[in-house]
Design a binder for this molecule. Structure first.
Ligand code: HEM
Length: 464
């Protein structure tokens, strides 16, 4: 057994009361020394009590996503089991950077299981119709052509302007979110400001009129809940109603895009920059129809939504833990960009993604069979010492870090630069405001998710 795994098992056996730390807000940099963890694949207990403090322990790489500190588990897996079959999860788990890279670049690994382009519970629903059209959920020739259209539409986006736009939206949301108007929303809990920000920023790039932005946030919340693995029939019904509204909104916008001067029915000029350029390039590259264009415009919002919120939240947490770094940014605001990029590596908002095999393969000596699923732990790849030296260390000055956060290969995130710019604008506004980071992050937990590490911060305290 390697040293990392021995340490891992050893810590589990010798719970040290002096070393107990609370389950939230702990230092994710070096606490393999201070956190007790369960052995791999242990089935019996989710959490145990230690000196009156409950210690939640990640039992596998999915429960790790929202655990206080998944990183000791990932480090142990990278060192000992870069690719293994997890009985608990019923799938392969890839944690080593080299294995992840190999799988992401291999055409035999697809984003959807064979013969299940759309998850069964979503079949025949409006949310499922959108899901099936997304570039993210396709493979092969149709994905390549659509991806080209997406990339050509995103290429001209001015990221410096996006930082400013995002800063301004954060200022607006801190005053106006959630909307006081009770007719906005679906009756559920309002999504927080970090989730609202990407919808406002990307939505307005796509031409969403400002009076529809507050509702778009609620629709997006319902839509992403519906398409998440394990969604309930009620969530799917809500998500489908939300999808209906989003489709109607984008249909209206596309109709306006036919007019040369881009005016809405009330005669107001609208900026349909990203939507028009995507529609044009989708027709040029792939001859795509309106239904595909609209579904993917909705996809731009859903891809941005929680992931960007997570990057904003994880950055604020990282800064709250590092007051010196905060002061450095005050003196040198330009360094915020590299801090955010390092947060993306060190505490990725997207911790994992999945692939499904369409033919038998041997990868890293393991025989994998057609139909097998594999969980690619991107956040573990980011901390593989073979990919990034001294990987546990948070270092914004890192030269050319290897980053798996935005995936790689055919499905590499086309919105990565936009995501970093959105997070930069949002965080820069929070830092320049009077907001007390201590209060903002106090006692935070993570949104329930199998792949997103999205902290829920106390945005309401920013009002008092
Ligand atoms: C911090 C924020 C973000 C993160 C961490 C992130 C991460 C990712 C990842 C990991 C994938 C690929 C998943 C896979 O390979 O299985 C992906 C795909 C994608 N992302 Fe992002 N993303 C972010 C923000 C955005 C934004 C702001 C946009 C657009 C405005 C966007 C648009 C897309 C699209 C369209 C795809 C599908 C690409 C394809 O399948 O070819 N993302 N993203």
């Amino acid at each position: 057994m390697c040293r990392e795994l021995k340490k891992y098992y050893g810590l589990y056996r010798n719970i040290n009361v002096d070393n107990c730390c609370n389950v939230v807000g702990m230092n994710t940099e070096t606490n393999s020394q201070t956190m007790t963890l369960s052995p791999l694949c242990e089935r019996d207990s989710q959490s145990r009590s230690c000196g009156g403090v409950s210690l939640s322990q990640p039992l596998d790489p999915i429960s790790a996503v929202t655990a206080p500190d998944p990183y000791p588990l990932y480090a142990a897996l990278v060192a000992e089991r870069p690719l293994y079959f997890d009985d608990r999860l019923g799938m392969w788990v890839a944690c080593g950077a080299e294995v992840i890279e190999r799988i992401l670049s291999c055409r035999a690994f697809r984003v959807r299981p064979l013969n299940e382009a759309v998850p069964k519970p979503l079949l025949g629903t409006r949310a499922g119709d959108i899901f099936g059209q997304l570039v993210r959920m396709r493979d092969g020739g149709s994905q390549v052509a659509l991806k080209q259209a997406v990339c050509s539409a995103f290429a001209p986006v001015d990221t410096k302007a996006l930082v400013r736009r995002s800063d301004a939206w954060m200022q607006h949301l801190l005053q106006a979110h959630p909307p006081a108007d009770r007719t906005v929303g679906s009756g559920g809990t309002p999504p927080d400001i970090a989730c609202a920000l990407p919808v406002y920023a990307v939505g307005s790039l796509l031409g969403t009129p400002s009076d529809l932005l507050p509702s778009s946030v609620f629709w997006m919340e319902d839509f992403v809940r519906a398409i998440a693995p394990g969604s309930t029939s009620e969530q799917i019904a809500r998500g489908s109603a939300a999808a209906e509204n989003l489709v109607a909104m984008f249909q209206g916008l596309l109709q306006q895009a036919q007019f040369p001067d881009h005016r809405n029915p009330r005669g107001m000029p609208v900026n349909l920059g990203l939507l028009s350029s995507f529609a044009r390039s989708a027709c040029r590259h792939a001859g795509h129809e309106e239904v595909t264009i609209i579904a993917n415009a909705i996809g731009f919002l859903s891809q941005s939504y929680e992931a960007t919120a997570g990057l904003i939240g994880n950055t604020l947490i990282a800064l709250q833990k590092r007051p010196k770094l905060q002061r450095k940014i005050e003196d040198e605001p330009a360094m915020l960009g590299s801090v955010i990029r390092e947060v993306a590596r060190h505490d990725s908002p997207v911790q994992n993604t999945r692939r499904f095999l369409v033919e038998d393969k041997v990868i890293a000596g393991q025989k994998m069979r057609v139909g097998d699923a594999v969980l690619l732990v991107l956040a573990a790849g980011n901390r593989d010492p073979a990919a990034n030296s001294d990987p546990e260390h948070f270092d914004p000055d890192r030269c050319n870090p290897s980053l798996f956060t935005f995936s790689a290969g055919a499905h590499l995130c086309p919105g990565a630069k936009m995501a970093l710019a959105l997070a930069q604008g949002g965080v820069q506004h929070v830092l320049a405001s009077e907001i007390d980071l201590e209060r903002l992050v106090a006692g935070f937990g993570y949104r329930a998710s199998q792949n997103g590490r999205i902290p829920m911060l106390n945005w309401e305290t920013t009002r008092s």
